[in-house]
Design a protein around this ligand. Structure first.
Ligand code: FAD
Ligand code: NAG
Ligand code: NAG
Ligand code: NAG
Ligand code: NAG
Ligand code: NAG
Ligand code: NAG
Ligand code: NAG
Ligand code: NAG
Length: 567
């Protein structure tokens, strides 16, 4: 039989592919960028809620008095009211153009940087639909933002139209949430503008709790659930995504979809762990609620007089890392390397126990820790509080320049006989080579592992992990561009190889607290799910309206999401 493709046809096909024109979004100056009149029509459609977005520093300069106070600048609650603001202000800057486009606090000159051009301050689902349809029809770059916390800068982009979701703040409780005729029990439905602090307060009033993170202003129905959503109570109750029952989302066509285990179940799979910002605009999410409970909440601070002592302390911590397992406790532990040779290990632990039991669980660790030469106690507190109060914080301190890199460290790494020695070695090498701290989130294992058979896009690396370890990199506005670029890339260039001695070479990373320059992001963030997620993306967003850094489909686009690239 004759092969249907003659060599000539094949040659022409290749030629065509090679010369395929890259497709670009309309930006100001493009012939098809919407006219002022077209923007006015959109503005009317959305009841005058269209604004010009400006960097947060420029917004502050426009206030009466010409500046923001320090309290405002560093407040995530305040920043959530500014359409153009990111919480980590470095993401408002564009360091990658020459010259860089920057807007510093109190400076007289100001570039637009990575800040969108226009923002829709959405108030209703119809506002969102109008914005999505306008962006689709006019081939615009779109970004979606709830809080602006994103550590990969995914909620801002230059030359884009921003859909700002901070004002969708409905909270609705039910004792019987029904999906496909099945009663799934007690649940809360929240808009994307609802910060975790409000969920903790409002569930408290109902005698309930929902799985949420250690932050005041992160938005559950924004990026948190789409990434996976870890919590101090995840070892007890699973990841937040494991507790998600339903979403309502405006997809690229402008349609509002109900998404749950029976309605659009493929999209339900993707929205739970398939990565923030790649699927549409979430207008609500429903989370299972649990009866609330009291926890022993403990804060311990230990000083270590040298890097060697600090690393030995980390080794002792590892020796006791399974001590919390019997009660499925959660813990945040961070090693801060301070300038005067004194490191501080801080632990914040939550266990569903009596105060006596909770104290007893940490005592073996504390005794061993204080036996390490050079280690001393700064402070320790143990209290019994409702989990809602233990998780509640009034605000998040932001407004700095901050990036990070991370790995999910498998339980097996901590079970190895030489694990304490490995951790000591790795922490010593890290402390000596200068990341500003080492954060450990003991938010996996327990129910997170037991939920292995839930069918969702949560990176399977979560199911075998014990901790999520983060290396942060911060700088002041006075840093030079060379220093900034060194820090932005330092996780990959200097520290990942050290961390991999503990995590192993193919460990996953949590896409919400990660490095935007992760080279093998498809597997590092999504594990084996990428091909399936790509097919779901093709179905619900066939023209790639929702593209973010390291998000599904982003391999087809340049770093700014403006033009397609040859694959
Ligand atoms: C102080 C702090 C503490 C944190 N603590 C935790 C923690 O304990 N556990 C944890 O798991 N994570 C934690 N995180 C990380 C957090 O989960 C991510 O930053 C998350 O992406 C924030 O989502 P957001 O919507 O609030 O942020 P945004 O910056 O507004 O958005 C983040 C991403 O989600 C997309 N997005 C936002 N809203 C929508 C929407 N309505 N529809 C569709 N896409 C949307 C954006 O496009 C972007 O890609 C913390 C972050 C910070 C800054
Ligand atoms: C949108 O309309 C409102 C109300 O008329 C107006 O205040 C606002 O400036 C308009 N937005 C833009 C970008 O022109
Ligand atoms: C900016 O100005 C405010 C108000 O005058 C002041 O409090 C703040 O310290 C200044 N910050 C910087 C970085 O200059
Ligand atoms: C939220 O709505 C209020 C009232 O309409 C408005 O003043 C405010 O600017 C809106 N904020 C955002 C972030 O959309
Ligand atoms: C928590 O502890 C307080 C004080 O002992 C008690 O009054 C309360 O009933 C407890 N709450 C729950 C949900 O167990
Ligand atoms: C050195 O560390 C100690 C203990 O953490 C702290 O109290 C002190 O302020 C630090 N000194 C300097 C100069 O940083
Ligand atoms: C810090 O350590 C260095 C090198 O070990 C030493 O020279 C210096 O005196 C120490 N500084 C303090 C404040 O302890
Ligand atoms: C917390 O502990 C109490 C008492 O042991 C138990 O009844 C309750 O189910 C626990 N809560 C969770 C969420 O495990
Ligand atoms: C997950 O499913 C597999 C295959 O059916 C089963 O062997 C395993 O026990 C299940 N694990 C859990 C924790 O339910």
């Amino acid at each position: 039989m004759k092969h249907p493709f003659s060599p000539l046809v094949l040659f022409l096909a290749l030629l065509h592919a090679g010369h395929a024109h890259s497709k670009c979004r309309n930006v100001p100056g493009s012939a098809e960028f919407p006219t002022a009149a077209a923007w006015r029509v959109l503005n009317t459609t959305i009841s005058g809620r269209l604004v010009l977005a400006v960097p947060s520093a420029k917004y502050c300069a426009s206030l009466p008095g010409g500046a923001c106070t320090d309290a405002q600048w560093t407040s995530a609650l305040f920043r959530a009211t500014i359409p153009g603001a990111m919480d980590q202000v470095n993401f408002e800057q564009d360091y990658d153009v020459a010259p860089p486009s920057l807007c510093f606090r109190n400076s007289t000159t100001c570039g637009q940087g990575n800040v969108p051009i226009y923002a829709v301050k959405a108030d209703t689902v119809e506002d969102v639909q109008a914005a999505v349809k306008f962006a689709s029809a006019n081939n615009l770059r779109v970004v979606v933002k709830s809080s602006g916390h994103d550590y990969l800068g995914r909620s801002t982009a230059p030359n884009s139209l921003l859909i700002h979701m901070a004002n969708l703040t409905d909270v609705v409780f039910t004792d019987a949430f029904v999906v496909g005729g099945e009663n799934l029990g007690s649940a809360v439905t929240v808009g994307p503008g609802v910060p975790l602090r409000d969920i903790y307060q409002q569930t408290k009033a109902q005698g309930k709790i929902a799985v949420g993170g250690s932050a005041a202003t992160v938005c559950a129905a924004g990026g948190y659930l789409q990434g996976a959503g870890h919590s101090a109570i995840s070892p007890l109750l699973g990841l937040a995504a494991d507790n998600a029952l339903e979403f309502e989302i405006v997809v690229a066509s402008g349609a509002l979809l109900k998404v749950n285990s029976v309605s659009n179940p493929d999209l339900f799979f993707a929205l739970r762990g398939g990565g923030a910002g790649s699927w549409g605009v979430i207008v609500s999410a429903t989370l299972r609620t649990h009866p609330t409970f009291n926890v022993t909440s403990s804060i311990i601070e230990l000083a270590a007089s040298s890097n060697a002592a600090a690393a030995a302390l980390a080794g002792v911590h590892t020796k006791h890392i399974f001590d919390l397992d019997a009660v499925r406790g959660g813990q945040y532990y961070y090693l801060e390397s301070a300038g005067n040779n004194t490191s501080v290990l801080g632990l914040s632990t939550f266990t569903n126990t009596s105060l006596e039991q909770g104290t007893a669980i940490l005592t073996p660790f504390l005794d061993d820790a204080l036996a390490v030469p050079g280690v001393s106690l700064i402070s320790k507190t143990f209290q019994q509080t409702l989990i809602n109060d233990a998780l509640f914080q009034t605000d998040d301190v932001v407004g700095a320049n901050l990036v990070m890199g991370s790995r999910l460290v498998p339980t097996a790494a901590y079970q190895a006989l030489d694990a304490p020695a490995t951790v000591e070695k790795v922490y010593r090498e890290l402390l000596d080579s200068g990341p500003q701290g080492i954060l450990g989130h003991l938010v996996a294992g327990g129910q997170v592992s037991d939920n292995v058979n839930i069918s969702s896009a949560v990176n399977p690396a979560w199911r075998t992990a014990k901790t999520h370890v983060i290396l942060p990199y911060a700088w002041d506005d006075s840093a030079s561009l060379a220093e900034i670029n060194t820090l932005r890339h330092e996780f990959q260039t200097s520290h990942l190889a050290i961390l991999e001695q503990l995590s192993g070479p193919n460990a996953g990373s949590y896409s919400n607290e990660a490095d935007m320059f992760e080279p093998n992001w498809k597997t590092t963030f999504y594990g084996p799910n990428y091909a399936k997620l790509s097919a779901i993306k093709q179905k619900y967003d066939p023209h790639d309206l929702f593209i973010v850094t390291s998000g599904v489909g982003s391999e087809r686009w340049d770093a700014l999401g403006i033009c397609t690239v040859d694959e």
